[in-house]
Design a protein around this ligand. Structure first.
Ligand code: 13P
Length: 248
């Protein structure tokens, strides 16, 4: 039985004080062992939020990492640095990073492997554009992203530590959600790609989230689909809606 995982990706919102106020407000209302809950603030707030989450069930996530250990990489943050402030999960390959910062599957793969070296669980994002969906290329696009982003990762790590997030780009921040059936169809397909890369046991255990305009009104339907194991929530994770989604 796969445990659900619901993560809030704050993107470039909430600086330290606001982040602290908001987490203090919601953290005591998130009291569940049934779902893994992750909050992914901006880098500058990680340390402070880490302290706040210390005695709670809520896990800390980062939104990005660099794959080198240290050195002359101005502006970058290593996996070790994230581990040192108590980060448990880290998003890699978000479509916004792929689109605005040229992140490729190869880079995503290096980042995911580096995170696993320091026992941080990567949340590896994949998803097609509207044009790719309309021209029926979405399965090929997502297959390539999954294969290239996860290549060379040991299957026991894939099964226990990696989370895959299916986020169709046309549904991010647009208010336009994939139907639960569309989302489930792709998550099921991703599972079959993982099976072809590894085996049935790994495919049945890997967790696959859906992301894209998840809100309290659609969370229940989405999270009850057979192959959807959680949600990666953007806009709604900045408000009390996040609590409602976690309590779907
Ligand atoms: P929205 O929930 O705002 O559509 O964002 C989804 C997302 O990109 C989460 O990573």
């Amino acid at each position: 039985m796969r445990k659900k995982i619901i993560a809030g990706n704050w993107k470039m919102n909430y600086c330290v004080n606001k982040a602290e106020d908001f987490v203090s407000e919601i953290v005591n209302t998130i009291d569940t062992d049934e779902v893994d809950v992750v909050i992914c603030p901006n880098f500058v707030a990680l340390d402070r939020i880490s302290e706040l989450l210390d005695e709670t069930n809520v896990k800390l996530g980062a939104q990005n990492v660099y794959f080198e250990d240290k050195g002359a990489f101005t502006g970058e943050t290593s996996a070790n640095m994230l581990a040192a402030v108590g980060v448990d999960y880290c998003i890699v390959g978000h479509s916004e990073r792929r689109q605005y910062f040229g992140e490729t599957n190869e880079i995503v793969n290096k980042k995911a492997k580096k995170l696993l070296e320091v026992a941080i669980n990567p949340i590896v994002c994949v998803g097609e554009t509207l044009e790719e969906r309309e021209s029926n290329k979405m399965f090929d696009v997502v297959k390539k992203q999954v294969e290239e982003s996860l290549t060379g990762i040991d299957k026991s790590l894939l099964m226990k530590n990696v989370v895959i997030a299916y986020e169709p780009i046309w549904a991010i921040g647009t208010g336009k959600t994939a139907t639960a059936e569309q989302a489930n169809e792709m998550c099921k397909y991703i599972r079959s790609v993982v099976k072809d890369m590894t085996d049935e046991e790994t495919a049945q255990n890997v967790r696959i989230q859906y992301g894209g305009s998840v809100k309290p009104s659609n969370a229940n339907e989405i999270l009850n689909m057979s192959d959807i194991d959680g949600a990666l929530v953007g806009g709604a994770s900045l408000t009390n809606d996040f609590v409602a989604i976690v309590n779907y």
